[in-house]
Design a protein around this ligand. Structure first.
Ligand code: ADP
Length: 316
């Protein structure tokens, strides 16, 4: 069988939540075109309420789209819903582990739901890969939060799907555990599994993802290789140490400022619109005396802010 070019392909995807007695109609996705290349580690970023979960819930079959088309692994979700669903594993945001099953039983039940024949189940392989082999017979309620989360990843992989979706996978997970989780995710990717992750950890997306899509208010703001995205961005930051430590960031007209824990502050500016000279002039005009300054290269946080909130958003 020929493999699809795209693990996931959405065209003109719209989702409108109907109005209720207390909430107005809400257009959560406003015509999203998104093609996720097979074999990539793809990051879906966006602020709260951007529409990320809605998108994932449509893929997972938990939410009905209003219009548009979606194919998972080349299988249209309307025409071949079961085949489409069999091609993805979804690790949800919330930990939803059954307290009365052991991890081994939990995976067996999940495999059963996907009709994986007993001879083809990979229960111990998955538990071992996620560092849970010695907990195979423990009760889930005895596992730590991080272990439960790894168990969720194992559960999403029981049917060996070619696409794994992780919805905010490391929220509330400590650094050590995050490493472990990523090691496994990277290993899966090396074996050919396409990874899609939504995250607020922009650094993480920058580090892990080869492609990044940014969504805001139900619309795609950017979608490109991580390196291109970083290169495209024209925001810079000036870090200022004032003579007197400050307790609040100064208001500088036309610039975004943030207080730093050192008592200094940062000033963001766009190279296309202003210069360091203008930043310095604004600081002086505010009556502040500068002890030291340095500049910082853009990271994904800057990309995100600039693409999401800029008056003139870059072309998607
Ligand atoms: P994100 O995951 O990026 O935070 P969501 O997809 O959860 O965004 O939400 C997108 C928008 O749709 C938000 O304004 C949210 O309030 C709204 N929304 C999400 N789920 C529902 C729902 N079940 N009913 C009505 N509105 C919803």
């Amino acid at each position: 069988m020929q493999l699809p070019d795209y693990a996931i392909e959405a065209r003109g995807l719209v989702k409108t939540y109907a109005a209720t007695k207390t909430t107005p109609e809400m257009q959560a996705l406003r015509g999203v075109d998104l093609a996720i290349p097979r074999g990539s580690i793809f990051g879906l970023l966006g602020p709260n309420g951007a529409g990320k979960s809605t998108f994932i819930n449509i893929l997972a079959g938990l939410c009905r789209k209003t219009s548009g088309t979606v194919a998972i692994w080349g299988r249209d979700i309307d025409e071949r819903p079961r085949d489409a669903r069999a091609a993805i594993g979804v690790v949800p945001q919330e930990i939803a582990a059954d307290p009365f099953f052991t991890p081994r039983e939990s995976l067996e039940v999940a495999a059963g739901m996907y009709a994986v024949p007993p001879g083809q189940r990979r229960t111990m392989e998955l538990l071992t890969a996620l560092g849970l082999a010695d907990k195979a017979e423990a009760y889930v309620r005895q596992l730590s939060g991080g272990m439960k989360r790894r168990l969720m990843v194992a559960k999403a992989m029981v049917h060996n799907p070619p696409v794994l979706i992780l919805d905010e996978p490391t929220a509330g997970v400590d650094v050590e555990l995050r490493r472990q989780l990523w090691n496994y995710v990277l290993e899966l990717n090396r074996r050919g599994v396409t990874i899609v992750l939504t995250t607020h950890y922009l650094e993480e997306a920058q580090e892990l993802c080869d492609q990044i899509a940014i969504i805001n208010k139900g619309q795609l703001v950017a979608c490109e290789p991580t390196t291109t995205l970083l290169r495209r961005i024209d925001t810079r930051k000036v870090l200022v140490t004032p003579e007197e430590p400050m307790t609040a960031a100064p208001a500088l007209p036309g610039f975004e400022t943030h207080l730093l824990s050192s008592g200094g502050f940062s000033v963001g500016y766009r190279t296309g619109h202003s210069s360091v000279e203008q930043v310095l002039a604004a600081i002086r005009k505010a009556g502040l005396h500068i002890k030291d300054i340095s500049t910082e290269d853009p990271d994904l946080e800057d990309v995100f802010v600039s693409l999401t909130y800029a008056a003139e958003p870059a072309q998607a």
